[in-house]
Design a protein around this ligand. Structure first.
Ligand SMILES: CC(C)(COP(=O)(O)OP(=O)(O)OC[C@H]1O[C@@H](n2cnc3c(N)ncnc32)[C@H](O)[C@@H]1OP(=O)(O)O)[C@@H](O)C(=O)NCCC(=O)NCCS
Length: 167
């Protein structure tokens, strides 16, 4: 089974292997590089994940980094609201690892940080992501119609906002 852990220097090559795939980045923010280079991977696994506020972990399967999951808190009066994001290498999709990683991160955040509200924006075609959110107790709060322009997907996409609250 997978576990969440800190990144290590040795993760750069596995992270590159899985991240450099347009299918992985397809519904992520466009800040996710494509193509994803070794420089991107070295930066993310050694520096980048620490520069972001919040908690950003490797998803580990038998010692290999097969993906990433993290959460970033809002600022000031939004500080109890954390945005969660995740991806897995494509060969590992459909085996329950995404659900398990999200379940572990959700529990960790509610138990160990001041997060009271977790949320994830999901592009309409990304049914697998919506499914794992629902399985981890997140609820669809609303649909932001035509909120995102993604030329590679043919234009405007709806964004589904999922959240889980624990106050
Ligand atoms: C989203 C992602 C993390 C899911 O990880 P995963 O390990 O494949 O997820 P799981 O195996 O735990 O569960 C996937 C669920 O979605 C379902 N699913 C997959 N594709 C589906 C589709 N097209 N329509 C409906 N359900 C679908 C699966 O049947 C499964 O549900 P089940 O367990 O009830 O059968 C993975 O697909 C991924 O990394 N995608 C690219 C990055 C990404 O989009 N991240 C999220 C951005 S919001």
């Amino acid at each position: 089974m997978i576990k969440l852990r800190e990144y290590e220097k040795r993760d750069a090559s596995a992270n590159l292997k899985y991240a450099n795939n347009p299918e992985v980045g397809r519904y992520l923010f466009e800040t996710f590089p494509s193509p994803y280079t070794m420089d991107d991977s070295i930066w993310w696994t050694s520096v980048g994940h620490k520069e972001l506020a919040g908690i950003h972990n490797a998803i580990d399967l038998d010692g290999e980094c097969i993906g990433s999951i993290g959460a970033t808190p809002g600022e000031m009066e939004d500080r109890f609201t954390w945005e969660i994001g995740y991806w897995l290498g494509q060969p590992h999709w459909g085996k329950g690892y995404g659900t398990e990683a999200l379940r572990q991160m959700t529990e960790y955040l509610f138990q160990n940080t001041e997060a009271k509200r977790l949320f994830a924006p999901v592009l309409a075609p990304n049914k697998a992501s919506m499914k794992i959110l629902e399985k981890c107790g997140f609820v669809l709060e609303g649909v932001h119609v035509c909120a995102v322009f993604r030329e590679s997907e043919g234009g405007f996409l709806d964004e589904h906002l999922f959240a889980r609250i624990q106050v």
